[in-house]
Write a protein of this length. Structure first.
Ligand SMILES: Cc1cc2nc3c(=O)[nH]c(=O)nc-3n(C[C@H](O)[C@H](O)[C@H](O)COP(=O)(O)OP(=O)(O)OC[C@H]3O[C@@H](n4cnc5c(N)ncnc54)[C@H](O)[C@@H]3O)c2cc1C
Length: 468
């Protein structure tokens, strides 16, 4: 019988930092890390050569593999407990902040850039905050450590080597099919390697499967009665405009985190993942859903800045499938865009007309996502989400004059699935003995730093149990 002390499913930041922290505490546990994607050095997206997404099977190199959705992401570490998920409500804000500072030091040890952006002082920030207050927006202070896409890959390779050198076994291209329960205790996992299935046992199982694994974990929760509640979904757009328009906030804030509650519904609407000089990107989920995202490189810069505007959706009764709801919105948008991301000018939305491909060429702002299809995103966006986005853009225009220009581009669908929230205590124990759920798949985090922090905390708790 194949048996380990600990099996970690998913080599994203949450899973990786569980193993890193265990080693830092001198743990002697026999650890297996299972990952359905590839090792970090073998992750390669063909889009760089062919210019468009080729829908890689069985896994997408952008979102799977060692370091999870992190390695090919922009690698912006948010250093405030106010950003990145609800974990602070479980463990306390002060402790969450302490863990962020501790985890940040680990990132620095593995080669992160010591420079921190977004520490705000001076007259310019006062002016921006004043305008935000006037517009009815909250400006959240959040220092950012920017790894950059290329640097992030180097850093995670160093972590991968550190884990391998210290005896952590890593199984790549291997998917966890299910967990093994005996007398309501988790005893291991069922692994799929090609066409074959095998059982591997462990005293403790940690699941950190990320947003890609959200649907899978939802199924596992239902099948094994793992206590959870429906999470939030964010539906929105990726907005792109010229760097000149965003110059002041890019310079002063680097990433502006603004939150508003526009009329008439007063739903939470926020900016997210701002990429000065960045590029809009397409991501494909396993179920073929094409969604939009954005990233920026440390060296290579575009003439545009992109950021997401997200509208939070929480459902009460009787509906309990927020992920399915957002997926339907995405599917409808994909259908109208013939499988591609759709893009529309803000002015065309206000004028009630679609955007034509030739009209994009008439603007100052040129789309950085070249295979996006000009069309009408309002034909697929729910009325409530669309109105929230339009009203929020008007509010933002008071902070960033020119943001609500006719030529500003809105790409759709930008969807953030936060997974069901798995019920856990402050020891990260679920109602199933021996089972812990971490990171974005647990519903408690939604960012690189907070997922890493949750991993660190898990590592500590397991080390404490071991007595080290
Ligand atoms: C393009 C992009 C840009 C981003 N930019 C930023 C950013 O700048 N800053 C920020 O804070 N956040 C960013 N994020 C979000 C960030 O990457 C995630 O919040 C973070 O990676 C979550 O960590 P995690 O460990 O919970 O999950 P993930 O990083 O998603 O890792 C989960 C891993 O589990 C594996 N897995 C899933 N299911 C299974 C299974 N059944 N069996 C085995 N393995 C499985 C997956 O392959 C994946 O490698 C970005 C995300 C994307 C996609």
């Amino acid at each position: 019988m194949e048996k380990y002390d600990l099996i970690i499913v998913g080599a994203g930041p949450a899973g990786i930092f569980t193993a890193v922290e265990l080693l830092r505490h001198g743990s002697k546990k026999k650890v297996l890390l299972v990952e359905k994607g590839k090792p970090v050095e073998k992750r390669h997206c063909p889009k760089a050569e062919v210019g468009h997404c080729v829908n890689c099977r069985p896994t997408c190199a952008i979102t799977t593999g060692f370091s999870g959705a992190g390695a090919f992401s922009d690698g912006k570490l948010s250093l405030s407990h106010e950003v990145g998920g609800d974990l602070p409500t479980l463990i306390g804000e002060d402790f969450a902040q302490e863990l962020i500072e501790y985890t940040d030091k680990i990132y620095l040890e593995f080669g992160a850039d010591p420079h921190v952006e977004g520490i705000y002082t001076g007259e310019d920030i006062k002016e921006i905050r004043k305008n935000a207050i006037h517009a009815g927006l909250k400006l959240v202070d959040c220092p950012i450590r920017h790894l950059g896409t290329e640097k992030a890959q180097e850093l995670y390779l160093a972590i991968q080597n550190y884990l391998a050198d210290n005896g952590v076994e890593m199984l790549f291209s291997t998917e966890c099919e299910n967990i093994i329960l005996e007398n309501e205790e988790c005893k291991g996992v069922l692994l799929k390697d090609g066409d074959s299935l095998r059982s591997v046992y462990a005293d403790e199982v940690v699941i950190g499967t990320g947003r890609r694994g959200a649907d899978w974990l939802e199924k596992i929760c239902a099948e094994h009665h793992i206590a959870h509640k429906p999470g939030t979904v964010d539906i929105g757009v990726r907005v792109e405009c010229r760097n000149e328009v965003m110059e002041k906030v890019n310079k002063v804030l680097y990433e502006s985190k603004l939150i508003g509650y526009p009329k008439p519904w007063k739903n939470k609407v926020r900016t997210f993942c701002q990429n000065p000089g960045g590029f809009v990107a397409q991501e494909n989920y396993d179920n073929d859903l094409a969604v939009v995202n954005g990233h920026s490189f440390k060296e290579k810069k575009s003439e545009n800045t992109n950021l997401a505007i997200l509208v939070s959706h929480n459902f009460t009764e009787p509906f309990n499938q927020p992920i399915a709801y957002a997926q339907k919105v995405g599917e409808l948008t994909n259908m109208l865009g013939a499988g591609h991301i759709m893009v529309q000018r803000y002015g065309d939305i206000l004028d009630g007309k679609r955007t034509w491909q030739k009209e994009l060429a008439q603007s100052n702002v040129k789309p950085t996502l070249k295979d996006a299809v000009a069309g009408d995103i309002t034909a697929a966006m729910p009325y409530r989400a669309m109105t929230n986005i339009i009203e929020f853009i008007k509010m933002l225009d008071m902070v960033v004059p020119g943001f609500a220009a006719n030529e500003t581009l809105l790409y759709s669908p930008e969807l953030k699935f936060y997974s069901n929230k798995v019920k856990m205590d402050e020891n990260l124990d679920t109602n199933i003995k021996g089972l812990h759920c971490l990171g974005d798949s647990s519903g408690w985090t939604r960012g690189l730093m907070m997922a890493s922090v949750m991993g660190v905390l898990m590592g500590r708790k397991l080390a404490e149990k071991e007595g080290c």
